[in-house]
Design a protein around this ligand. Structure first.
Ligand code: ZN
Length: 572
């Protein structure tokens, strides 16, 4: 997810500078604007967030939303039909979600979620009203008779209300565009989709496909996920827009984008590309959005086909920087290269491409197709999407620039707590998951040390897990199996500990000799690394016990390839 709209400078800039001033060091201001995932402002009221000083203490609502408890475990989602009406004048949403699921165990209760600011009108099994119990944002639904394992059931969950804005992105917001027209959008990754619609609000289980029907005043356009099936004039001043999603989808990816959009289209091979922007931005968008094809070409080269071919690919203008809404990527990057007009990595490369088009679209492969099963494992989305920025650079401008770009992200790393967070509590992992995570993957490439193996490894890893919800352990096991190496201590050091490995180098014990070992939290940490001088690197295999090597180099001359391996070096 990306935040923030600098489009309307009048109201945006004060917020931006406030955040930059109060919450983060100056070099991280952009980063603050960038993240919803670790966003203090996005936290529910009352939650204590020491900013990256440690995991926050989860509230009861987050415990309920984060845990995969017995009333979630007993069923498997199959299908949603979200069928709603949005009234811009009243700022009101109403309708129902039809939820189809298969029971995995006999039971009389399931757990769904809807933020308690919204009203549950009724929940029906066929025509039978069901009892339910609300507990913070959770809705426990009770059935009068036992639902049997293996059987498929469908309920209609009716709700209504005014979604309260929450977090920096608002969850669901009723805004005006710069010309004063209606502009209603959603962005709810951190806070959960249940801030605006009822669903099983967790990451492990996804529906196999989905319909989204949105009734809005005739003059407006709704862009949601998937393929536009059609529009129906309801005869009461409203038109219903019907969208069909043909693939599994995360709850938080489900989006409304309601505004005075104009539409233009293109195609990439057989893949339809559809673009929706405000009328005033049409000319700029037609130029800038040409980058979508360059993005598709690069990412398909490394990982294989765009994951959602039947749904097409869309970019939709929004009043915040961006978000990876599946097949309908939210775009608010000012129609400029870089990130909100800035050189994001600070090394003169970011300005060659539109950061939001590249980063958010990378999530179509990592985040949307492959999804973390728990938000604690969210580096699977963000480290990979960030690494893919580097791959995009490499595809277009070569490896040297890619390495330079990825290393340009180093100053953003805070190293305050481990990337992998606590599972089962709806964790908000540290922002290090982006930059440190990407540099970890870049390090693994150097460890594999053979691009003829690395590229198929990445491709096959993605292909193996596409459309699945996985954990860190799945990634590590796959990489171990397919490299034949024990990479577990390396993954563990970067993901489960605060500090990166430090190469201890001790010179002068004897003439022409250097001693070396890793200082790491993982007891059996072992990682090859290139040392010597650029152009004349030599690979050594340090462990956590001292070894030695002969070298003609002096302490000052002896270098470590820290752009290829994200490590600290301590020469003594
Ligand atoms: Zn992201």
């Amino acid at each position: 997810m990306r935040s923030f709209n600098l489009r309307h400078l009048a109201w945006m800039l004060p917020v931006f500078f406030l955040l930059a001033t109060l919450r983060l060091p100056a070099q991280n201001a952009q980063q603050a604007a960038d993240k919803s995932e670790s966003n203090a402002a996005a936290a529910p009221k009352g939650r204590v967030i020491p900013r990256d000083e440690g995991p926050s203490i989860p509230t009861r609502a987050e415990m309920l939303r984060g845990a995969y408890g017995p009333f979630r475990l007993n069923n498997d989602l199959l299908y949603y039909h979200l069928d709603i009406r949005v009234d811009p004048d009243q700022e009101w949403i109403s309708g129902k979600n039809t939820i189809r699921f298969r029971m995995l165990k006999d039971g009389t209760r399931i757990q769904l979620d809807l933020r308690d600011t919204l009203h549950v009108d009724k929940i029906l099994l066929g025509t039978t009203p069901l009892k339910f119990e609300r507990d913070t944002g959770t809705v426990f639904v009770d059935f009068p008779e036992v639902l049997h394992a293996g059987q498929v059931y469908s309920i209609d969950f009716y709700y209504s209300g005014h979604p309260v804005e929450i977090g920096r992105f608002g969850g669901m917001t009723f805004k005006k565009d710069p010309a004063g027209r209606v502009w209603i959008t959603t962005a709810c990754e951190g806070d959960g989709a249940s801030v605006w619609w009822p669903n099983k609000d967790q990451w492990r289980d996804e529906v196999q496909n989905m319909d989204i029907s949105v009734a809005i005043p005739n003059r407006l356009v709704d862009v949601s996920n998937g393929k536009l099936v059609g529009k129906t004039d309801l005869g009461d001043g409203y038109t219903r827009w019907d969208w069909h999603v043909s693939y599994p989808i995360n709850n938080y990816d489900v989006a409304l984008n309601i505004g005075n959009y104009v539409h233009f289209s293109d195609h990439y091979g057989d893949l339809p590309l559809d673009f929706y922007v405000l009328p005033e931005d049409l000319a700029k968008a037609k130029v800038q959005f040409a980058q979508a094809k360059e993005m598709l070409e690069a990412f398909e080269h490394y990982f294989g086909a765009y994951p959602f071919e039947k749904d097409g690919y869309k970019l939709v203008e929004v009043p915040y920087a961006g978000m990876e809404h599946q097949s309908a990527v939210a775009y608010g990057n000012l129609f400029e290269n870089g990130y909100l007009g800035r050189d994001w990595a600070g090394v003169g490369i970011s300005t060659r491409f539109d950061f939001i088009i590249i980063h958010e679209s990378a999530h179509e492969w990592f985040g949307n197709s492959i999804t973390a099963a728990d938000s604690a494992d969210m580096w699977i989305h963000e480290a990979w999407a960030t690494y893919m920025e580097g791959l995009y650079v490499e595809y277009r401008w070569g490896k040297d620039d890619a390495i330079k770009y990825l290393n340009g992200l180093k100053p953003k790393i805070q190293d305050v707590r481990p990337i992998l967070d606590e599972r089962g509590v709806r964790a908000e992992p540290t922002e290090d998951q982006y930059f440190k995570g990407a540099l970890m993957i870049n390090t693994l490439r150097s460890v594999v040390n053979d691009d003829a193996k690395w590229w198929p490894l990445l491709h096959d890893f993605y292909q193996h897990f596409k459309y699945q919800n996985i954990m860190t352990d799945d990634v590590v096991a796959y990489f171990n199996e397919h490299t034949g190496m024990n990479l577990t201590p390396i993954f563990n050091q970067y993901l489960r500990h605060r500090r990166i490995p430090r190469l201890e180098l001790l010179f002068g014990e004897a003439p022409g000799m250097v001693m070396y070992k890793w200082r790491a939290d993982e007891e059996d940490f072992a990682m090859p690394v290139r040392v010597g001088t650029p152009g004349n690197w030599q690979i050594i295999h340090p462990t956590t016990t001292w070894q030695w090597m002969q070298t003609p180099l002096t302490k000052d001359e002896f270098e470590v390839a820290t752009d290829l391996y994200y490590v600290e070096v301590n020469k003594q």
